[in-house]
Design a binder for this molecule. Structure first.
Ligand code: BMA
Length: 396
């Protein structure tokens, strides 16, 4: 639970007044109880001020977004798509002649509605590039964040930064985390990288010049060995330190419009989650990335087991949980993947959203599109009462 200093101080003031009245009205023998309660609350306040979350890092809009996300599972599961409006199979937004018209989306074309959750990636922002690693310009990302937020969508941002030690990509597993942490030779480079991200996050303003709240999901799939922040390239302790450092640097730079999402890849057990989890005050949403690399029956079992693990954790720490990435990577399998594999495994799971990965081209796509042979099955999937596209999310 995130406390805001301002509102907390107001309640401290009212508590003080109530206590004075109580002391005056109540018989002396109740005085001890009142004073003890007052002492506990003041003590809790002093304690909470020393922690990260309470230092006013979130705007009201960000708190409201978290509230919305917590309420979604009572109505259904929001549907998300990475890069939904930036491009799709056979089109790119930047190629449009009349760019101020409403943005396109493969999901909208097929279903009539935008996805509820729109993902973007910040990889290469740290390098001062104009475009991210998937050739989407940061100016376009900012524009689409503003447009889609105005329409009521939830914005989530992943980050595939290059390897700061080797200049290779995110998939270059040369050891880097140890060099980024305090005292490391790339520590100052990393501070500059976070400065650049901070400028970008702070530039995301709505039409009233208020910061747009976004979900930041850095350093995902850390329990796999394919990224430089992953299990093959740093220790869990180094990983947790990297996460905390990132949060603290963003906070130091005055970035207060973020919700942090922590999402490992398919978990073998709950302990694997705990190993990398940086702590309640550094995380707002928990998730997991699961694809059907090992066939659909394993996929469904993995979904069931992993979403149950997250559900239990989420209840313990009072945070929402999501299926942060998924998709059908094997096109040769059945044409009813949406309704027969994905849907049965996620319905009643308690997740706030499911996000499918990007529609890069006809060989690498995860949401449906006009020419997709599984289009009808996808339509049936989104027509389920509990799958919420943007038109339905707006009613919550
Ligand atoms: C991967 C693939 C890559 C892409 C990366 C970041 O899963 O889609 O082509 O560069 O995500 O979006």
């Amino acid at each position: 639970m995130h406390l805001n200093f301002d509102s907390f101080n107001i309640s401290m003031k009212s508590l003080h007044i109530i206590s004075l009245h109580a002391i005056r009205l109540l018989k002396p023998r109740f005085l001890g109880v009142v004073l003890t309660a007052l002492f506990c609350v003041i003590h809790a306040n002093v304690f909470s001020q020393s922690s990260f979350v309470t230092n006013n890092r979130q705007t009201i809009e960000t708190e409201q977004l978290l509230d919305l996300i917590k309420r979604i599972p009572t109505k259904g599961i929001a549907f998300g798509h990475q890069d939904a409006t930036a491009y799709g199979v056979n089109w790119k937004d930047e190629d449009r002649l009349i760019s101020f018209l409403s943005v396109k989306s493969d999901v909208k074309k097929v279903t009539g509605s935008y996805p509820s959750v729109i993902g973007f990636d910040l990889g290469h922002l740290e390098l001062d590039k104009k475009e991210n690693l998937d050739t989407v310009s940061f100016i376009l990302i900012k524009d689409h964040v503003q447009r889609m937020y105005r329409k009521g969508a939830i914005i989530t941002m992943s980050w595939h930064p290059n390897n700061p030690a080797s200049d290779g990509s995110s998939w270059d597993t040369s050891h880097a985390v140890t060099h980024i942490l305090e005292g490391g030779k790339y520590h100052s480079t990393y501070i500059q990288w976070i400065d650049k991200l901070s400028v970008f996050f702070k530039s995301l303003k709505d039409t009233h010049n208020k910061a747009i709240p976004v979900i930041f999901r850095p350093y995902h799939e850390m329990n796999g060995g394919w990224f430089w922040w992953g299990a093959a390239s740093c220790t869990p302790e180094e990983y947790r330190k990297l996460w905390k450092l990132t949060c603290k640097l963003l906070q130091k730079n005055g970035v207060n419009n973020l919700l942090f999402a922590f999402s490992p890849n398919t978990l073998a057990n709950p302990q694997e989650f705990d190993l990398y989890y940086p702590g309640d005050e550094f995380v707002d949403i928990i998730g997991v990335d699961i694809y059907n690399h090992n066939g659909d029956s394993t996929f469904m079992v993995d979904l069931n087991n992993n979403l149950a693990i997250l559900k239990k954790k989420a209840a313990e720490i009072d945070k929402p949980f999501v299926l942060s990435e998924t998709g059908n990577i094997s096109r040769s399998n059945k044409k009813d993947w949406w309704t027969q594999s994905l849907y049965p495994a996620i319905k009643n799971s308690g997740i706030a959203w499911v996000l499918v990965w990007r529609n890069a081209n006809y060989k690498h796509f995860f949401a449906s599109y006009e020419g997709d042979s599984a289009k009808n099955d996808f339509k049936n999937f989104v027509q389920s009462d509990d799958i919420l596209l943007l038109d339905q999310l707006k009613k919550i």
